[in-house]
Design a protein around this ligand. Structure first.
Ligand code: PMP
Length: 397
């Protein structure tokens, strides 16, 4: 029988009762502010994990904290069977921001994808879905069926039938697969988990044209790219397309669990009870979501993401040793550094030097710093990344 001092050893206590599905780092985070995270010993880290994409506004943004605090004292739980003024305002603000007419509110990215797949089936009556190789859309059965990574999918077969994966950034292969059985094409604007692969110029416009021509709906998954991350409020706006269904989550509500599917004019009526969610559209999340939209629409954070992201990619491209790095890519402050070796040792070394970052697959180092990151911290993190990756190559000699 394992004995532990639960008053001090929270890491062991957490491991004892966690499902085990998430591999944890040897680090206990207790506080966050802006682009900083603090461990239990009070050590400060520059956060380029950004809540795995949920912290675009940084940790504990004062506008989000104030909105949540005020709403929590008013009303927290209110299912969608009642009207609610905060939800009404939020839905209007989100639909206007995305240039869409309706929205379904839920609680996570996978739920948003799941809902979009159901809406596409209802609207078109067609069973088929096309998604892309290296795409990631979540881990519930429908979303997992559209996800590419074999290791996530294989243990759970049989998955949803009728899902075809085509190569990303390849319109010919999409055109060949898009027949009259296909109800929807599901794509990311930048494939985040799959290695940070941005859509090439014209690709998404081509996908949209094919969908319109063949009667399929275009579902754009912006769970990771939404809310300013790529230098646009929604990344697809840079590509000049209009999705039929737009999935968002992560940074939608300043770090609170929330997701949404925005629904365009080409989607048919969705009958009552065809889908639903107990927590979806709860006033607490809606209040946080309103605060997030207001901050993004009244500050220069989105422009900063665009400019700083470009500057950071340029810096990394120039300063990273070619012997360690194959490629630097991304849009805005969603950045991937493809290494020639494994990413795990680099992530560990970065943590030792006070920078937290993410992988995107086995060999890509992914950076998702909060958009509020101060310039000093951004360049400090950049220098540490260059030093660490340069040292890694030297060690490999
Ligand atoms: N779609 C994309 C593009 C994602 O990056 C993710 C999460 N990484 C998801 C869907 C699933 O989101 P969640 O973890 O909130 O279910």
């Amino acid at each position: 029988m394992l004995t532990l001092d639960v008053s001090t050893d929270f890491n062991a206590l957490e491991d004892l009762h966690s499902s085990g599905v998430t591999l944890k780092r040897d680090l206990q985070i207790v506080r966050g502010e802006g682009a900083y995270l603090y461990d239990a010993a009070g050590r400060r880290y520059i956060d380029c994990v950004g809540g795995q994409g949920a912290a675009n506004l940084g940790h504990c943004h004062p506008a989000v904290v104030a909105a949540v605090r005020a709403q929590a004292e008013q009303l927290i739980s209110c299912p969608e069977l009642f009207h609610n003024p905060v939800r009404a305002r939020y839905q209007a603000a989100l639909c206007t921001a995305a240039n869409m007419s309706r929205v379904f509110l839920c609680n996570s990215g996978a739920e948003a994808v799941e809902a979009a797949l159901k809406f596409a089936r209802l609207s078109t009556g067609r069973p088929g879905i096309i998604s892309t190789m290296r795409g990631f859309h979540g881990r519930t059965f429908g979303a997992l069926s559209a996800t590419w990574e074999k290791a996530y999918r294989e243990p759970f077969q049989p998955l949803l039938p009728g899902v075809t994966h085509v190569p990303y950034n390849n319109l010919e292969r999409l055109a060949a697969a898009l027949d009259e059985t296909i109800g929807a094409v599901l794509v990311e604007v930048v494939q985040g988990e799959g290695g940070v692969h941005p859509a090439q110029d014209g690709y998404l416009q081509g996908v949209q044209a094919l969908c319109r021509e063949r009667g399929a709906l275009l579902i754009v998954d912006e769970v990771q790219t939404g809310f300013g991350r790529t230098g646009w409020l929604f990344a697809h706006q840079q590509d000049g397309i209009q999705p039929d269904l737009l999935c968002v989550a992560k940074s939608i509500a300043g770090g609170l669990p929330m997701g949404a599917v925005l629904i365009g004019e080409r989607v048919g009526a969705l009958p009552p009870a065809s889908h639903g969610s107990t927590f979806g559209g709860n006033p607490l999340a809606c209040a946080a979501g309103l605060a997030v939209l207001e901050v993004l629409q009244t500050t220069d954070l989105i422009l900063r993401a665009r400019e700083r992201g470009q500057a950071l990619r340029d810096y990394l491209q120039t300063h990273l040793p070619e012997r360690a790095v194959r490629d630097v890519r991304g849009r805005g402050l969603l950045i991937g550094i493809e290494l020639r070796g494994k990413v795990a040792p680099a992530l560990k070394a970065l943590q030792t030097h006070g920078v937290l970052a993410l992988p995107a697959g086995a060999t890509v180092l992914r950076l998702l710093p909060p958009l509020v990151i101060q310039d000093d911290d951004l360049w400090c993190a950049a220098e540490i990344i260059v030093d660490v990756l340069s040292a890694e190559t030297r060690n490999a000699d």
